[in-house]
Design a protein around this ligand. Sequence first.
Ligand code: BEZ
Length: 224
Amino acid sequence: MASERAAPLRLGSIAPNFQADTTSGPIDLHEYIGNSWVIFFSHPEDYTPVCTTELGEMARLEPEFKKRGVKLLGLSANTVGSHEGWIKDINDVTGNSPSFPIVADKERKVAYLYDMIDYQDTTNVDEKGIAFTIRSVFIIDPKKTIRCVLSYPASTGRNSAEILRIIDSLQTGDKHKITTPVNWVPGDDVIVHPSVKGEQAKELFPNLRAVKPYLRFTPLPKDA
Ligand code: BEZ
């Protein structure tokens, strides 16, 4: 029998479109993406401690994301009015005020569409006992393709530097035929993509260093 379940969101899925109210007015996700990358990230609830620190940090880092052609889009399972009051607190606490839109998803419509719901933590529920959202991150490219998915529990704040690092890795990999090794940060050597063989590898990356035939490190070309 055919399953009633929506297809799972995998790396390579087109980000499902939706319309929703946000702190910047109504939004259509695909229009918002336009020709940019988007980091779409969810929070359990407004006026909660970990979320407050995370949103302040994303607001602080917004110029870094902008430099990379990335727009931010938050989500929390409350109303626009609640988000607006909370943004004032975030500014008080962190000195940074999110100016990017935050989706008001009190009914969890978008959260269900993106499977951001918490089944694990039975304390992560609202006053009616409805599961809150977890800390999901979807990195979406300008073709509207999901390129990375992260899921953190409500109890663990995300690592903003890691989110930035993933963007740098994806964008560098799209530009050059490379992958990035463990703990890579921009400036470190990268790895020649396994699909690049023999002479072509030497042409593209004259300074490559083959540790094994399948593990070839290289500095990025100068124009990177
Ligand atoms: C927090 O942001 O601190 C939080 C939110 C929901 C459950 C647990 C922690």
